[in-house]
Design a protein around this ligand. Structure first.
Ligand code: ZN
Length: 315
């Protein structure tokens, strides 16, 4: 295997969304995720960067958003070359709870059977495609709970992402090398897992021959990140991608809570490889996570100006 098992599984999913308040309400109140970090987009300090996850934002539980409302970003189109859908993992026997909870909050839901399992499909306020699937083998901890969502029903993190591509054969071939092995095929979907298997370590490749090409914008996923143990592993991956596949890879970027490289895979989906550490406790205690705006040192000097440009919202 050319990447030698360096990829452990998923790290996070990052989406471009619309309104900050609606985003926070949806992911924390309705889905019961914890806002583990409030910061800004390191490449555009006028825009928040919200990180949602389990109690401490463990890698593979993290869903992050850039709320770009009123920043001149168009509504995107979900299609090929993108993460088409993000799947969240919920405990066994929680599906009825989620069906009624989402419907009671006015969401349109549908169900679809894939690989013998029922997926509950819905959209977030920006139009992102999301789903929930039960997985009784998901033992990720510590789970975050709320007054309305007890541990028996609480989402445990990201289960998998659906990648839509024009030529699924080409993409699957690459993913096999990259560290995800084929588990199962059904009509238009192929399930793959990293060596660590199961929830948080799975990809679904959707054959998107009949779909239009995705266009980045509000309501689309920007990229999916995969976790590695160390930055040395990321550099090995970068070298392998460049020399063997001729794929252009960015320099290492310091995202404060992890270090990252970015590249497009065959099929055009934007991937990130991120280190599992140091994590979200580097600048806040567990109790404080997500309760105030955190900035990297190089932006801290402009805090007043940055705060002035951000629209306030209520947690
Ligand atoms: Zn990312």
């Amino acid at each position: 295997m050319s990447f030698d098992g360096l990829i452990k599984g998923l790290h996070h999913v990052t989406a471009t969304v619309n309104d900050a308040q609606k985003d926070v309400d949806f992911y924390t109140k309705l889905l019961g995720q914890r806002l583990v970090k409030e910061t800004v987009n390191f490449d555009n300090e006028k825009v928040y960067h919200f990180y949602y996850g389990n109690e401490i934002g463990s890698p593979s539980t993290i869903f992050t958003t850039f709320p770009y409302k009123d920043q001149g970003v168009r509504q995107g189109t979900i299609g090929t070359g993108q993460v088409y859908e993000t799947v969240f993992s919920a405990p066994e026997n929680s599906m009825e709870f989620w069906k009624s909870r989402l419907r009671n909050h006015g969401l349109k839901t549908t169900t679809e059977t894939r690989f013998g399992k029922e997926f509950l499909l819905f959209e977030d306020p920006s139009g992102l495609k999301l789903s929930i699937v039960e997985d009784n083998s998901d033992d990720r901890n510590p789970v975050w709970t709320t007054d309305e969502i007890p541990i028996e029903q609480a989402i445990k993190g990201i289960h998998s992402v659906v990648l839509a591509v024009k030529d699924s054969g080409e993409t699957i071939h690459f993913l096999n090398d990259f560290g995800y092995n084929i588990v199962e095929n059904d009509a238009v979907c192929t399930l793959l897992e990293s060596q660590e298997k199961g929830a948080g370590n799975s990809l679904i490749v959707l054959d998107g021959k009949d779909l239009s090409e995705g266009i980045n914008g509000l309501g689309t996923v920007h990229h999916v990140a995969h976790r590695v143990d160390s930055i040395e592993d990321s550099i090995k991956i970068k070298q392998e991608l460049e020399s063997k596949y001729g794929i252009q890879v960015t320099e290492v970027k310091d995202r404060k809570y992890f270090k990252s490289i970015y590249f497009r895979i065959p099929g055009n989906v934007l991937f990130e490889v991120a280190t599992s550490g140091p994590g979200f406790l580097v600048d806040e205690s567990n109790e404080e996570l997500g309760t105030s705006l955190k900035l990297p040192d190089w932006q801290e000097v402009r805090r007043q100006q940055i705060e002035k440009n951000l629209e306030p919202y209520e947690r």
